[in-house]
Design a protein. Structure first.
Length: 566
């Protein structure tokens, strides 16, 4: 249903009175639409309540009959206050999609969430939009459900206590119709680069992919859509037999059945919802072996297979280079997904980084530049994927490091001076801070521009902090810091405070004043060891755009605007 911005709407539906939804499928909308279908047995086994259920039953008499309508919650993230939900810790997602061959049609889906309850729950809030909810079950029992803005609010037949296991099964549609497609964007004009309708499903020339950063996974499936709540993912996708499906992790099943094939993939490491990836299309999947026997697979349109091999073959050496800097690659596989779609950005989806096709085909992008962008997304597998931000204000840790290794790779492999790039970034840094806030305290995005947090200050402006830190503590201590950071927090989440504390520990220095000025100051502090560096004269900030205009020589803004790299 459509909802007026700033107003909450809650319509409760009793699953006991459900009626099977008619076909054809219902029209799509941005908000979850509640229907009353006939309940079907879940695909998975029920989780019994156990002895704790007896205690819960005894508490139901204490719940007032006049409980106010449920509303949207959130974890209180300063950037996205309504993102994520309290009261539970997700352990695993099982996502089941049925794709019929048209990327404008809603997919029938079943999302199963296994979680551990951390506080008493009368209602379970999930982030969800762009879908029609058919039914919800909690631990195998029908549950009522309602919408409140972009929350799906589930009311089980009895409260759930801390320490209990919880399985929520949602039968729904997942609607790609509002997502961007080739030549179809929300802010860049026809054929330009824009917001791709705030993310979620990405419609390609031959199917679908996902672009869920920053807060768009819940536009694909119900979830706790915050990077601090990582979980193991299983994807099960049924598609026409002439299409190929690839998702995060490794393939565990491929089952042909008549005109369709079912594909199953599973991640071996916990993953943030924003990093989920499913590619459906007429694709080739070349395989190769990376350093230390790492299995690798890439995804390209079948007709582009030979043309793209030049680029795909670079990944093993790029991984080896990164491992030489910061240690072993953290996941079970890696690959490049080249999608024929206009996004204006690349994206570090876990184990399968998303790239625009035109990055590899436009003559205006020199080889050194494309190589460095590939390394940027590869670096995120350590910084952002394996070690995820505790809150969105910590996103500078992701992008500073990815930009750092992008620039370092360009310097070592192509003689593109990193010092020159950082000096130019220093000149622009005050303007970036005025426009977007300091690196660790970014300004919230404007309404309708969720990806507006990806500003220049988060990229080169934050890599500048790392450059200053290296100058302050020295190269050997900086290198130890980088390796220790990714090993200590592997498969976890970490904050700015964690990084600054580790830097002080490794260096043996009191860095509190240094980080206060560099991470939170309105003005850029003097650069250690470079007293001659000066900020540029104040200029009127240019409008925030997402166009990619190509390299600009010195490295800063080598994709037009640094926010194009995510």
């Amino acid at each position: 249903m459509s909802q007026t911005p700033g107003h909450e709407t809650s319509h409760e539906t009793s699953a006991a009175d459900a009626v099977r939804p008619p076909k054809p499928r219902q029209p799509h909308s941005r908000q979850p639409t509640l229907q009353q279908p006939q309940l079907r047995r879940p695909r998975s086994r029920r989780l019994p309540y156990g002895r704790a259920a007896l205690v819960v039953i005894a508490t139901t008499a204490l719940v007032a009959a006049s409980t106010p309508p449920p509303g949207p919650l959130g974890l209180g993230d300063r950037i996205f206050p309504h993102l994520g939900n309290p009261g539970y810790d997700v352990l695993a997602y099982h996502l089941d999609f049925d794709y019929l061959g048209r990327n404008t049609d809603p997919l029938e889906a079943v999302t199963e969430i296994d979680a551990r309850v951390t506080e008493p729950l009368e209602h379970i809030n999930l982030d969800f939009a762009r879908g029609t909810v058919h039914s919800v079950e909690v631990n195998g029992r029908p549950a009522r459900f309602a919408t409140a803005r972009e929350d799906l609010v589930v009311t089980p037949d009895m409260p759930i206590l801390p320490g209990m296991a919880m399985r929520v099964t949602v039968r729904h549609t997942s609607d790609p119709a509002a997502a961007g497609t080739k030549g179809e964007t929300t802010s860049g004009g026809a054929g330009g680069a824009g917001d791709t309708a705030d993310g979620g499903w990405l419609r390609t020339s031959d199917g679908l992919a996902m672009a869920n950063q920053a807060d768009a996974a819940h536009r694909v499936f119900p979830c706790n859509d915050h990077p601090s709540d990582k979980a193991i993912f299983t994807f099960r996708v049924t598609a026409p037999k002439d299409l190929t499906v690839v998702a995060n992790g490794t393939r565990t099943e491929r089952t042909p059945s008549g005109a369709a094939t079912t594909w199953e993939y599973r991640s071996a490491h916990p993953m943030a919802t924003e990093l989920a990836q499913v590619s459906i299309g007429r694709s080739a999947v070349p395989v190769r072996t990376g350093p230390n026997g790492l299995p690798m697979r890439d995804v390209v349109r079948t007709r582009d297979r030979e043309d793209m091999e030049k680029w795909l073959a670079k990944s093993p050496d790029q991984i080896a280079w990164m491992e030489g800097k910061i240690g072993r690659y953290p996941f079970e596989t890696y690959g490049v997904l080249i999608a024929d779609a206009s996004t204006g950005f690349e994206l570090e989806t876990q184990t399968l980084s998303l790239f625009e096709h035109r990055l590899f085909t436009e003559p205006g992008f020199p080889e050194w530049y494309v190589d460095s962008v590939m390394v940027h997304e590869l670096s995120h597998q350590w910084f952002g994927d394996s070690v995820s931000p505790r809150r969105w204000s910590d996103v500078w840790l992701n992008e500073a490091h990815a930009t750092w290794y992008e620039a370092l790779y360009a310097q070592e492999k192509s003689k593109i001076s990193m010092t020159r790039r950082m000096r130019e970034a220093y000149a622009r840094s005050d303007g970036w801070r005025a426009q977007g806030g300091p690196p660790a305290a970014p300004k919230p995005p404007k309404d309708g521009r969720k990806i507006g947090i990806f500003r220049p200050v988060v990229y080169d402006g934050s890599a500048l902090v790392l450059y200053a830190l290296r100058e302050r503590i020295g190269q050997p201590a900086f290198d130890r810091l980088e390796r220790t950071w990714v090993s200590r927090h592997r498969d976890g989440v970490a904050s700015t405070a964690d990084f600054t504390a580790l830097a002080a520990e490794i260096s043996g220095q009191d860095l509190s004043e240094f980080f206060e000025k560099w991470l939170y100051g309105a003005k850029t502090p003097p650069m250690p060891g470079h007293a001659d560096w000066r900020p540029a004269a104040p200029q009127k900030a240019a409008p925030h755009t997402r166009s990619r205009s190509g390299p600009e020589g010195g490295g800063v803004g080598t994709k037009g605007a640094p926010e194009d790299r995510r």
